[in-house]
Design a protein around this ligand. Sequence first.
Ligand code: SIN
Length: 185
Amino acid sequence: MANAAPGRDFWVFGYGSLVWRPAFPHLRQRPGYIEGWARRFWQGSTDHRGVPGRPGRVVTLVPEAGARCWGMAYEVAAERLAAVLEVLDHREKGGYEQLRTSLHFPGRESGDPAPDALVYIATASNPNYLGPADLEAIASQVRGASGPSGPNSEYVLRLASALRTIGARDEHVLALEAILLRASG
Ligand code: SIN
């Protein structure tokens, strides 16, 4: 993390699998949101929820004016940050890069400073990027994909459930979940 102030505790913000499975040591966790980004199933996964030649679809963030993306924020101790980021860089190596952005927590008064957080984002320039598609087409791709971390449909359903648990409503995730549940019901 080239530009993070060294020697201080730092927030990592998760909006995909990191919401329900951080799997790294942290001091505390809190639901929060970032502004100007929308969560979309536009990133291909060939190392977690798909395989080369049959990629799954996982979430990334796309810029959208006025959007708010809810997720889970984890505060990492200064002395653990380098090791945690090494683990996360490996876990997110299928096209994600680090981005720093302001993190907001519910109940924050306007004028309160928003801490910086680190978030992993897969931009359109990475080789696994798939981009927009009709939700039915996304669902059919998800249904047919599975990888070392498990079935792609499990990723979608766990994300939807984890967001529900923190009271976050994401229409894109809910609509995909509904199609998958309809198809399996
Ligand atoms: C994240 O969870 O913040 C990154 C995307 C993913 O691993 O699903």
